[in-house]
Design a protein around this ligand. Structure first.
Ligand code: PBG
Length: 327
C-alpha cells in the first residue's frame, strides 16, 4: 500500500489556511431580523422562543437601532393586534398595529437598514387563516387578492420598502404589483414567499403572534413532499414580477433552496423559522449541543445551499459575533 499523493487535509492544517480555504462566509448585511410588534406598552416574552419578544412600538424602536448598529440588512415586521375579525380589517387600517409600527421604525432608522413588512392576513383574522373565507369555510383565493392589494398600498404608504407576501394565494404577486403601481408605488419591492411549505416548524410562531388557527393551511401552503412544485411556484412568482423569491422553512428544505438558487434570475432568500429557532434553543438549554456553533452552522448551511440572504431570529446576535471576530 502506497501513501496517498492527494491529501485534502493539507488545507485544513491551520486556522489561517482553513479561513483562506473557506468557500463562503456569512456577512451581517445579508441577515434579516423578524420582529413582532404588539399594541400597548408592555413587552411580552414568547415562551416557545426564548430570547424573542413581542415588542411594544417603543421597544421596537430601540431594537431596530441595535439591529442597525449590528449592521444587519433589514427587519421584517409582524403585527400582533388586540382585536381580530373575519376579514382582517386591522391589516388595511392605517392605524392598525403593523402600519403604526412600520411608520415608527422608518422614522427611527431612516435608511440605515431596510424596513420590511409581512403581507398576510393571518395575524389579523379571528379564524387565523391567511385569507378571507367563503361561505362554505374555504379560503377564498380571489377575494383574498383584493385584501392583499389594499394591504400592499397601506404598507407602502406607511413606508415599508419591501413587502413579504407570505400568504400562498395564487396570483398574489401580480395582484399586489399592479395595485402598488396604480397607487404610485412603483419602487416598493415584492419579496415572494414562493416555496412556502405547510410546516410543523411554524408552531412557535402561532404563540408569537397569538394566533388561534382553526384547521390547517394545507389548501394553500405546499406539501412538504413536493420539490418540483416549489420550483414551479417560484417560476410563477418570477413571471408575475417578484423582486426576490424565498424558500421557507430553510433547514429541512435545503434541496429546494439549492434548486431554486440554480434557476432563479432574482435574489433568493430563505427563512429560518420559529421551530428551527426553538429546536436549537431547547437543545442548547439542556446542554446537549453547543448553542453558538449550532446557530452558526445552521445559518452557514442555508447560505451554502444558495440563499443570498437569511431571515433568522438570531440575526443581531450572529451579526455581533461576526463583528467581534473581525475586530
Ligand atoms: C404568515 C407567516 C407565518 C410565518 C411567517 N409568515 C405563519 C404561517 O404561515 O403559518 C411563520 C414564521 C415562523 O414560523 O418563524 N403570516
Amino acid at each position: 500500500m502506497s501513501n496517498p499523493v492527494i491529501r485534502p487535509r493539507r488545507l485544513r492544517t491551520t486556522p489561517a489556511l482553513r479561513r483562506l480555504a473557506s468557500e463562503i462566509r456569512v456577512h451581517p448585511a445579508e441577515l434579516v431580523l423578524p420582529m413582532f410588534v404588539r399594541e400597548g406598552n408592555e413587552v411580552m416574552p414568547i415562551q416557545s422562543m426564548p430570547g424573542v419578544v413581542q415588542h411594544s412600538v417603543d421597544s421596537a424602536r430601540r431594537a431596530v437601532v441595535a439591529a442597525a448598529e449590528a449592521g444587519i440588512g433589514g427587519v421584517m415586521l409582524f403585527g400582533v393586534p388586540d382585536v381580530r375579525d373575519a376579514t382582517g380589517t386591522g391589516a388595511t387600517d392605517p392605524n392598525g398595529i403593523l402600519n403604526v409600527a412600520t411608520r415608527a421604525l422608518v422614522d427611527e432608522i431612516g435608511d440605515a437598514l431596510v424596513v420590511q413588512t409581512d403581507l398576510c392576513l393571518d395575524e389579523f383574522t379571528d379564524h387565523g387563516h391567511c385569507g378571507v373565507l367563503a361561505t362554505d369555510g374555504r379560503v377564498d383565493n380571489d377575494a383574498t387578492l383584493l385584501r392583499y392589494s389594499d394591504m400592499a398600498v397601506a404598507q407602502a404608504s406607511s413606508g415599508s420598502a419591501l413587502l413579504g407576501l407570505s400568504g400562498m394565494m395564487d396570483g398574489q404577486v401580480a395582484a399586489v404589483r399592479s395595485s402598488l403601481d396604480a397607487a404610485g408605488f412603483e419602487d416598493t419591492a415584492v419579496l415572494a414567499y414562493s416555496a412556502k411549505y405547510a410546516s410543523a416548524y411554524y408552531g412557535p410562531f402561532r404563540e408569537a403572534v397569538a394566533s388561534t388557527l382553526v384547521g390547517n393551511r394545507r389548501t394553500y401552503q405546499l406539501d412538504p413532499a413536493n420539490r418540483r412544485e416549489g420550483v414551479r411556484e417560484t417560476q410563477i412568482d418570477i413571471d408575475e414580477g417578484a423582486d426576490i423569491v424565498m424558500v421557507k422553512p430553510a433547514g429541512s428544505y435545503l434541496d429546494v433552496l439549492a434548486e431554486v438558487a440554480a434557476m432563479s434570475p432574482v435574489p433568493v432568500w430563505a427563512y429560518q423559522v420559529s421551530g428551527e429557532y426553538a429546536m436549537i434553543e431547547a437543545a442548547a438549554a439542556q446542554g446537549w449541543i453547543d448553542r453558538r456553533r449550532a446557530v452558526e452552522e445552521s445559518i452557514l448551511s442555508i447560505r451554502r445551499a444558495g440563499a443570498d440572504a437569511v431571515l433568522t431570529y438570531w440575526a443581531v446576535e450572529l451579526a455581533n459575533w461576526l463583528n467581534e471576530e473581525r475586530a
